[in-house]
Design a protein around this ligand. Structure first.
Ligand code: AQP
Length: 327
């Protein structure tokens, strides 16, 4: 039996090249070597208020994007998290073994709660639900962007704590980060990670964004007061653009150095924009084809949930037996 991989993405805002380079590109790559389960994690999305009509629409749209970037339903189960109730069932059992202090230390919780007047308990519990998503499938690896590394560390801590309290129950998963593109920064603010929920019009490049708009955004990206690329010590904005180019083209460090050293920023930006556009164009074409087929996405999501539910229920039953819960 192949080892399993699990990862998820929230149906919030428009998926961007940070999501793609940090996580989704790896999902498509590893699906041939692992039994893969990829989740549209709608229960995570509602930790902050979402407009219900928009949320429903975003779930199908995101499924279309995931299929378009190469998630192949013959190799991967694509699921909506809420369609497999075992995620929430396991989450409660893990909540009971997770010290509150571990959750209060999470930097994402601190950052997101700082922007709200009051926060729901769900925002604090978010990493426990994420641990449940992963441990439910006994996943060996979890491909994510670097911003999720702390949550993955916590997932391992929860698994180990549970195993030491109740006996060997969970496989302890490994984090899988890409070598380039693990943390793509905002084009307008290169000191902040590119984020779906950021407000700036020039902040993120959407996977489905039209080429002209992408070109404009990248040409306006924040750099610094130098005229040309200092390849040994680029400023944050230039480093981000170089990272985006390298992650899309998969050029070696040597190729990057010899090609970009001393290049004027205007030329660098033009080349980054063309690399991004030429990579995204076939994805956008596939997206249009997939979404033109009535019922296709709903069918893929239904089959995904049917395929993984027995695996999820096996783990829940194992956990219940370990904890002494009546089954
Ligand atoms: N800027 C990024 N660079 C590299 N990877 C990133 N990821 C997110 N932003 C970057 C990775 O994308 C996957 C899915 O992310 P998510 O939707 O679950 O949530 P997130 O990390 O909170 O992403 P966003 O875009 O910032 O969304 P909002 O604004 O809604 O919170 C994850 O593997 C993540 O690491």
């Amino acid at each position: 039996m192949k080892a399993r991989v699990f990862s998820g993405i929230q149906p919030t805002g428009n998926p961007h090249i940070g999501n793609y380079l940090g996580a989704l590109k790896s999902w498509a790559k590893v699906q041939y070597d692992y039994e893969s389960i990829y989740g549209i994690v709608d229960l995570h999305a509602i930790t902050l208020y979402q407009n219900p009509t928009e949320l429903r629409a975003k779930i199908e749209e995101l499924a279309g994007v995931l299929l378009a970037i190469g998630i192949d339903p013959k190799h991967s189960a694509l699921i909506v998290q809420s369609a497999v109730p075992a995620h929430t069932e396991l989450s409660w059992m893990l909540t009971c073994v997770t010290p509150v202090g571990w959750l209060e230390r999470m930097t994402q919780y601190k950052a997101k709660s700082a922007t709200q007047e009051t926060v729901g308990d769900g925002l604090l519990q978010y990493p426990v639900l994420m641990a449940a998503d992963i441990l439910l499938y006994q996943a060996a690896i979890v491909p994510v962007g670097d911003d999720q590394s702390q949550h993955l560390e916590l997932t391992r801590d929860i698994a180990q704590r549970f195993n030491s309290l109740y006996g060997e129950t969970f496989r302890v998963p490994a984090t899988h980060l890409p070598t380039v593109g693990a943390r793509v920064m905002g084009l307008d603010e290169p000191d902040k990670k590119m984020s779906k929920s950021a407000k700036g019009a020039g902040h993120a490049v959407g996977i489905l964004e039209p080429p002209d708009q992408i070109r404009k955004k990248i040409m306006r990206a924040t750099t610094d007061s130098q005229p040309a690329v200092n390849i040994e010590a680029p400023g944050a904005g230039v480093e981000n653009l170089l990272g985006i180019f390298q992650a899309f083209t998969e050029w070696s460090n040597e190729q990057m150095k010899s090609h970009f050293a001393g290049m004027r920023y205007g030329d660098l930006k033009k080349q980054v924009a063309e690399a991004v556009i030429s990579h995204l164009e076939p994805i956008q074409k596939r997206y249009r084809e997939i979404t033109a087929e009535p019922g296709y996405i709903a069918g893929v999501l239904r089959e995904g949930a049917e395929r993984v539910s027995p695996w999820a229920n096996d783990t829940v039953n194992k956990v219940k037996r370990a904890m002494g819960i009546y089954t």
